[in-house]
Write a protein that binds this ligand. Sequence first.
Ligand code: SF4
Length: 409
Amino acid sequence: MEKKDKSEGLTRRAFIKTIGLAGIASIGLDVDNGALGSEPPGDGKGPLPRRRLGKTGVEVPVLSLGGMFDTINNQLLLRQSLDWGVNFWDTAELYGNGSSEEGYGRFLTRNPDARKQLFIATKLHHYEPEALTEGLDKALKRLCTDYVDLFSVHCITDFSAIAAPKKYRDWASGAKKAGKIKFFGFSSHTNMEDCMLDAAKTEWIDAIMFSYNFRLMHTQKMKEAVVACAEKGIGLIAIKTQGGGQIKTDSEAELQLAGRFLERGFTDKQAKIKAIMENPHISSICSQMPSVTILSANVAALRDQTPLTRSDFELLERFSAETHSSYCAGCGRICHEAVGGAAPVSEVMRCLMYYRDYGERDLAREVYAGLPLEARARLTQIDYSPAEKACPQRLAISKLMREASEILV
Ligand code: SF4
């Protein structure tokens, strides 16, 4: 019987097919007990590729470690990622209420020499700049370091929130002068394209972490946003890269997709990240990798330089079209306006994604609890039919909001 990693759906056979039996032997990795090795997995030649992060000039690995997992008790995974060239680690105050940062801090305390090898990014929510200084100091304490390489304001839905009137620009410049941050940017899962297009009109954003995957990469607006940022020298880091949705599907389309890519020698999950890296404007894929199996599969996929074919891309596009109504594309302005601002639909959708696709129930509930009380209270009282009509993904918004109000409390 096939042994299956529940979190990623990667079968033992698929994993072995990916890195090869010789690969397993050479890296000394035992899939069952997670024993570790130092040679990077995969048939690809050379180390994990690196790309320049925009105008920062820093070369970062094409794969970065998302810290939305128990980093405190996964110190060996952190060591393994570093050994395999994944030396860009991302975290946020929100992840585990600071415990993700603490896990990185524990690693740095035990391995002080590792600091200069690492590119560390953290994110804080959209506080007033004065509060950001205090928040950053606390984050640095948890991380056991005196600077972060990239500091981002978390979850920006409208760039004007940090652009006017120069408050954040001045704050970023002060934090850089104080040596507490090297680069400044923001993350966005909602209205990403608008945020990016607006940021590209300015000079002071170094990098953006934004939702980007096989479902989002083909729209004209996203293409324009990516090019505008790249031309401005803004480093681009893709997040939410698997395109997992708010509704768990075990559809025939999904099985077919997996089968087709296995014939090509990789899993569908590997194909999804390879598709992103075919865009030269993307510097790194930030991926949640809570196990060595997933880390290994991702490193193997990105060391392998075999390009996806046109029919691979068509397959992904077809799958995206067939499953569109299970995925919220983050175009929150559309549904927000359709319900007269009465409900933060796209934010609730993100909580559902954490809950169902990531299996991160605590995080989902934490983010949901952070939404305004009045908005949560009226979530089931609203007529969502105008939003459902306007939604380009044709999501069953009313039903999903009802489900969210039941499972996220
Ligand atoms: S619910 Fe629909 S309109 Fe709203 S953000 Fe998601 S995809 Fe866009």
